[in-house]
Structure formats: structure tokens, C-alpha cells
Design a binder for this molecule. Sequence first.
Ligand SMILES: [Zn+2]
Length: 93
Amino acid sequence: MLRRLSERTQASKPTTAPCLAIGCRTTIPMEAQFCDRHAALLQDDIKRLLGKHYRPGKKQSAVFQRYLEMARQELLEAQHLGHRVPKPAEFEW
Ligand SMILES: [Zn+2]
């Protein structure tokens, strides 16, 4: 409870942000893109690309947004099938 209150007092300069997965309301550090649960469902390749192009606290590039779309699609499929689906060929370009 006390920890939650102290987090709120820092709201003027946010250091946390919501997970980028659609419909996920988990709060994570600003530098991260996904919560642990969603990060575990994603390929390492797409996480690496997102991390490389991510700009904390700034407007994201078109490149980042394209990778984010891919990641969200991957999450939808993983959640639908209930497990992670490897598609290495998609990331060779
Ligand atoms: Zn999440």
C-alpha cells in the first residue's frame, strides 16, 4: 500500500508505462516494452528489434511501430493457440 502511494507521487515525471500488448493494463518500467507475461510469449528476435528502436518517453518511429504490430500479431496468435509459435523465417530480413 505504501509503495503504491509513493509511486503515485512520482506521477509528474513518469518512470512507468503500460505494457504495449493490446488489452494489457500491467504497469512496467518505462524502458521495457512488455510485461513479463507477454515478454515470455514473444520471440527473442522481435524483442531485440523493439528494444533497439524503442525511444522511452518519446514518439516512436515508424520502424518501431511496424515491429510493434508484428509483436502484437505474434501475441494474438500465441494467446489464441495457448503457446509460443516459432516462425524464424519471418525475421531473416
Ligand atoms: Zn502485458
